[in-house]
Design a protein around this ligand. Structure first.
Ligand code: FEO
Ligand code: CA
Ligand code: CA
Length: 649
């Protein structure tokens, strides 16, 4: 092993996911949007539209969308944009902090230590760090007062999870191994029973037998075309597969299980062996010497690329968890493809399940999996509907139409003659298979939400702020992001229609954004509630948040907004504390309780760092002290209307 120069060890960076690693010349949706707008200008004779060069929400015919169901209207007063270190909800609403990072969820579990001195073993019995995608599972069915809250924990921040005495660096010794163990224990998924205890307040049921932590160390199984015995997954260092990492967004299956997406898993791997270099496959997934600067490989050979590179291929999957069976093994469902999975949104048509999935990196694709048969038939046969079906990738046409292209071995270019061995090979190299069939590149496809009433689907394209010219297709960067709406007559059809539903941003800085539209940036989370309100959660990166020089001063801290599917009115519903993103969101069946996650309050944020200095293990509260005026902690917030009414209406 040869040595190489020390990196600048800025630990726990996260916002590198917008740089991109797609070298293909596949079409980019921004080019298609530009073509659509110029055609529309010719048809309408309007020159006014040319200024933006972009298809804004108000330019699209409304009549083809959102026809079904009663019209819903927003019934709350918008909250202003905020740069304060607090959480704000509209007048007439209450917000309660529930299940912050470190909350003990088992009888006798250790209490959260304010100085971050909890051990790895303690953390395994406490709620994880950086809450993300989340689902409420009523218990019993359709109950709105009791259920299981299942949530992801995306990544950890060394400035927050280690004490001042420990410091943030990972060292190649027992102390370093303990630190990696604590980080692994803070990742994964929390299952926790909760109940409404009256007066609008909710509480954790600590003695509930369903309570569970799934971490980066929990034994997992593989199912579908890719087996754990595949030559590209075998490992002598870690013979049995363990763990799920960078759990971003999620999904809920019609049969009552939870799906979690493994997003920036490449972040955790690295090596100090300078003779290592990435294969084409590894480069296509953004694997590098230093990952995102976690340096876990220095303490754990499991994450050292030169010693255990097959471990990489065990990540990038959708993992199925049955929250009602606390002893069940989480299963990696390989038929759903391997990429940087954001979420896995399930829709149903004629009994078949369709799962919609974004690959969140600049220039990546949108995917859909459809089960071969009705899911009840699969289950009756003793097989998973997620192991039998077809994976597709989206190609957008500039007419506002699109098609789902199958990623099936032997179909189109994915033949043995072209070097594709079998379906397992297609799935391990999903991104490259999608390149080969000519999928359309997108600006960071994040969550997908479906409207159960209309079948309309919404995908957030967070932003195109990356600096990779090849990925950006030569077009000026798209710093604020937008939301694309698409529709299939049936969720198993290969044809779809699409349009831009909303263009995010601030019209002061970007004339393409409709004047008067509520300002917001980087749409990421999205959910359509049972009444059709489109809830949008934002994740402006911490390099841009609040920065006048980047056009984000009026947008303020990250926020949650509500939009109407027909008029496209957008109203700001909630603003978060400093440095956070707003993410995971779910509702009770009666729509009278909303759970939303506040992730990474107080994370290193350029704008606030310049005023207060960056957060560190010695000063974790430099940017934020939300929610309790002390060390910042990700948390779920329970939102209720004081009059007990439906949220947002
Ligand atoms: Fe984990 Fe793409 O947000
Ligand atoms: Ca996200
Ligand atoms: Ca994000």
């Amino acid at each position: 092993m040869s040595s190489r120069p020390e990196h600048v060890e800025s630990i726990e960076l996260h916002d590198t996911d917008d740089i991109g690693s797609n070298p293909s010349a596949n079409p980019h949706i921004e080019t298609l949007i530009a073509k659509r707008i110029s055609r529309r200008q010719v048809l309408s004779g309007s020159l006014a539209l040319a200024a933006g060069g972009f298809l804004g929400g108000s330019l699209v015919p409304l009549e083809t969308w959102a026809q079904s169901g009663p019209r819903v209207r927003l019934g709350f007063k918008e909250v202003p944009a905020s740069s304060d270190d607090t959480l704000v909800v509209p007048e007439g609403y209450t917000a309660q902090v529930l299940a912050p990072w470190g909350t003990p969820i088992f009888p006798g579990a250790p209490r959260f230590a304010e100085d971050a001195s909890n051990s790895a073993a303690d953390q395994e019995k406490q709620v994880g760090f950086n809450h993300d995608g989340m689902q409420f599972f009523p218990m019993p069915r359709l109950c709105s007062n009791r259920g299981l809250l299942v949530m992801n924990h995306e990544y950890t921040d060394a400035n927050m999870i280690y004490s001042a005495e420990q410091g943030g660096r990972i060292t190649p010794d027992a102390a370093g191994r303990e630190k990696v163990a604590k980080a692994l224990a803070a990742h994964g998924v929390t299952v926790v029973a909760v109940r409404h205890c009256g007066n609008g307040k909710w509480e954790i049921i600590k003695h509930d037998p369903h309570n569970r932590r799934i971490t980066g160390n929990t034994p997992v199984a593989f199912s579908g075309p890719v087996s754990i015995d595949h030559p590209m997954l075998k490992s002598t260092i870690t013979p049995s597969p363990r763990g799920t990492l960078n759990n971003c967004s999620c999904g809920k299956t019609p049969w009552g299980t939870y799906l979690t997406g493994e997003e920036n898993w490449n972040a955790y791997f690295g090596t100090d062996d300078f003779s290592w270099s990435a294969t084409a496959l590894e480069a296509r997934y953004g694997v590098s010497y230093s990952g995102f600067g976690y340096y876990w490989h220095r303490a754990e050979a499991r994450f050292d690329l030169s010693q255990n590179r097959n471990e990489l291929n065990r990540f990038g999957w959708v993992v199925e968890i049955d929250p009602f069976k606390p002893k069940s093994t989480p299963v990696k469902r390989t038929a759903l493809g391997r990429f940087k999975h954001e979420g896995a949104t399930c829709m149903e048509h004629k009994g078949r399940v369709a799962v919609y999935m974004g690959d969140d990196e600049n220039g990546e694709y949108l995917y859909r999996f459809v089960s071969a048969k009705p899911w009840k038939e699969h289950l009756a046969n003793g097989e998973s509907p997620l192991d039998h079906g077809t994976l597709y990738v989206a190609r957008f046409h500039d007419e506002g139409t699109g098609e789902w292209l199958p990623l099936v071995h032997g179909v189109g270019p994915l033949t043995t003659a072209n070097g594709w061995q079998d379906q397992a090979d297609v799935l391990i190299r999903t991104r490259m298979a999608a390149d080969a069939v000519g999928a359309t590149r997108l600006h960071r496809p994040e969550w997908v939400a479906g409207d159960a009433r209309t079948g309309d689907l919404y995908v957030t394209l967070s932003n195109g702020a990356g600096n990779n010219a090849a990925v950006n297709s030569g077009r000026a960067s798209n710093p604020y992001g937008h939301i694309v709406r698409f529709h299939e007559d049936e969720h198993s059809d290969t044809a779809f229609n699409w349009e831009v539903f909303l263009l995010a941003g601030d019209p002061i800085y970007d004339p393409a954004v409709p004047m008067g539209q509520t300002v917001f940036g980087s749409p990421d989370g999205i959910m359509v509630d049972g009444s059709g309100i489109v809830w949008i959660l934002t994740d402006v990166s911490n390099g841009s948040l609040n920065m006048p020089m980047r056009g984000f001063d009026n947008i303020g801290n990250n926020a949650m907004l509500a939009a109407l599917p027909d008029t496209r009115e957008v109203r700001r519903f909630l603003t978060g504390p400093r440095g956070c993103e707003i993410t995971g969101v779910t509702m009770t069946p009666d729509q009278r309780t909303l759970f939303v996650n506040i992730q990474h309050p107080g994370e290193s944020t350029t704008y606030w760092n310049e005023q207060y200095g960056p957060p560190s293990t010695a000063n974790p509260s430099a940017v934020s002290s939300w929610p309790f005026g002390r060390r910042p902690r990700s948390a779920t917030v329970v939102i209720r209307k004081k009059d007990g009414g439906k949220i947002g209406q």
